[in-house]
Design a protein around this ligand. Sequence first.
Ligand code: PHE
Length: 401
Amino acid sequence: MRRLVPMLLAALAALAAGCEKKTQPAPSGESGAPTATAGQSAGSAAPEGSDTILLGEVGALTGGQATFGISTRNGVELALKEANAAGGVKGKKVAVRVYDDQSKPEEAALAVTRLITQDKVVLILGEVASSSSLAMAEKAQAANVPMITPSSTNPAVTEKGENIFRVCFIDPFQGFVMAKFAHDNLKMNKVAVLQDNKSAYSIGLADVFTRKFTEMGGKITGTESYSQGDTDYRAQLTAIKKTQPDGIYVPGYYSEVGVIARQARELGLKVPLMGGDGWDSEKLYELGSSAIEGSYFSNHYSPDNPDPRVQKFIADYKAAYGGVPDALAALGYDAARVAVEALKRAPDTSSASLREAIAQTKDFPGVAGTVSLDEKRNAVKSAVVLKVADGKATYVTTISP
Ligand code: PHE
């Protein structure tokens, strides 16, 4: 049942990091049939000379979180292309070996082991979903290989050990942000919670929101749950409707949230939905359509940010991939750049040197905010609140820690 799917195209993307060729990650449809094993297809294409520093990346290029992995892939690739165009690191090109985990934590764990034992990468980028990063961090920490997650926000990820870092904020902050926004800005008093019981991210965020909103004087009218991949949420939504909330907090991922929004509206639940960064996907607007309009979510970044650094990134990204980068793309870009900077500062590419160099990241000018890592290897940053309007996310406000 081991169905680790390394994609030929992903392996080619690894090569592209070392040359000029523009490569798109494989669309999720293409890799539906897991055919090759990781060693085979990726191995032959790997640029593993003494003139190359090899990084590893694990992402959801297919499955329910595919837009997360694809956007991250693009961001990482853009950063490495730029780094290589600017001369690389220590006279070498930086390349990346990529594995698709199909949105499954078990596959993410297998991929990370393969990157470490077989490909012998010096550093690992990924994952997005906290449950997958938790599975990966376990392995990376045990093998003493540094790992940087661009966007996993569950606090337990970096608690796995001194080798595990992230360039984003954590959920004790993110949960506070939406509780504060619901209470202060939306003037809500009663909120219901609908959480994904299969996601460490969702459970953690629901928990923080509940605590913070209650501390602010608000009331949680009820908490319901679902499992990632479910398609019928009517029983939970009907139960929630009976509690007459002013809003519903749904800290899940876009694939489920889009459908939840539709079913909520069908059942006559008209109040705003609220969520976190897991909503950030083009697919949310497709799946949710008019049902998701007027809802709010917290996020790491907004393309509306007029900062020239951010606007340049957006222009470069558009030129390379043809769409506006989401937060995953921005954080993937930032994570890869933090990795490159650490590689430059480190005296050599040993785990110990790299770990030390990453830990010292301070005031790094990212496109999703400035990255300064604290003693727990987390970035401390502000969050934005976005409103869904006209089929996209529009900037509302920034909330700082
Ligand atoms: N923070 C989410 C998690 O930990 C992942 C995510 C980040 C999703 C940013 C979308 C945007 O699972």
